[in-house]
Every structure is written in C-alpha cells, then in structure tokens.
Design a protein around this ligand. Sequence first.
Ligand code: GDP
Length: 209
Amino acid sequence: MPNRPSAPAVFLGSATDQGGFPEPSLPEVAFVGRSNVGKSSLLNRLAGMRLARVSRSPGRTRMVNFFEIGGVHRLVDLPGYGFARVSRAERSAWEGMVLSYLIGRASLVLNLLLVDSRRDPLALDLEAFTLLRRSGSPTAVIATKADKLTRSAAGASLRALRDAYGEEGAIPVISCSTVVRKGPRRPPPGASGVGIVQRLIAEKVRAWR
Ligand code: GDP
C-alpha cells in the first residue's frame, strides 16, 4: 500500500459478542445489508482503500468487523444476511449478534441499511430495518447500484423505498453508486450519492460527544 500523509483506515478486529468489541471510544457508523448488495464496495469507497479483503476473509463475513478511519471514527461492518437457505438457528444467531452490537452501544451514531435499488423492499430488509431502529440511533437507507437504473427508474425506485422506509421524511433514503460509468447512464457529477453519505457520516460524527 502506498504511504499516505493522513492516517488511513485501520482494521481493529472482528468479534461475535460484546466481550470482543472494542471500547466505544470513537463514534461508529454501522453498515448492514443483504449479501451482494454492495456493502464492501461502499465501505471501500468511504475508507479510501480496500477494506473488503479483511472483512471477507473466511469466517469474518459472519462477524462484526471494526475499522478505524483516520483516527476519527469507525465503520462497523455487521454480518450480511440473505444467504441461501439459512436455518432458523442461523437466522437467530445472526439476529443475536447484530442486536448485541446495536443495543446499548454508546458510540453508535448512525446505522446504514443498504438495499438494492433495483428490487422492491424485501422481507429480510424490512426485518433488518426493524432491528436497526431498536438501537435508538439514527438510521438511513442507502439504495445501492443506482447506476444500473435509468434516471426515471431510479426515481421510481427511490419513491418506493421512501414509502417503505422513509417514515414521512424522518429516515433519509439515499440513492448511491460506487461505480464510475461512461455512457448514457453515467450520473451527473456529484450525483453518485457517495458524497451525500460522506456528509451524513461527517455530520453525525461531529455531533457525537
Ligand atoms: P457485498 O456482498 O454487499 O459486500 O457486495 P459487494 O460490494 O462485494 O458487491 C457485490 C457485487 O455488486 C460486486 O460484483 C460489485 O462490483 C457490484 N457492485 C457493488 N456496488 C455497485 C454499484 O454501485 N454499481 C454496480 N453496477 N455494481 C456494484
């Protein structure tokens, strides 16, 4: 990795329960979503480097992964869901692990639920949203892979997602793409949504104390 003047992202560790989580000494932003939704891609963009290699190594996809960004805040990669045919026991283990992080975590400033902008709200996504809301911390919904839609389809998708999750405007629903594309579906400059997510994170991090 090239040397960087500012502190890069640091992998703090993985854990499955509260005993293994780091001290809640910096503001934390939690990411959750169905597997393949684009969570690693967004984490990498926000960190400015590849974190995915770490959190995807065997076993860690089913753990809570902590990354410290510039010594200022943390990105917390919660385990994905929606693996084919998980048993009831695996489902409840996932839920227990996610709740053990979400409930009572004093440093949790923002939850980000990632959903695919090409799909109608899925039952599992709505269940994950309900879990995130139990944390008592603010939640936002990120509609990923927006570049795969035409502008009008992206607008329709956002309206449907706002109906499902938006709670009359109380929950931000942000259209996002981590892919830079050329051609007719290329978003206008600054419209990829990543900047909006960065500003939301910065606002919540600043307000934490
Ligand atoms: P994760 O399983 O949620 O961590 O998902 P990944 O970040 O690994 O992404 C899953 C697949 O979707 C990969 O093939 C990515 O290249 C692709 N992907 C992720 N984000 C985007 C996006 O914004 N646009 C497009 N077109 N593809 C994306």
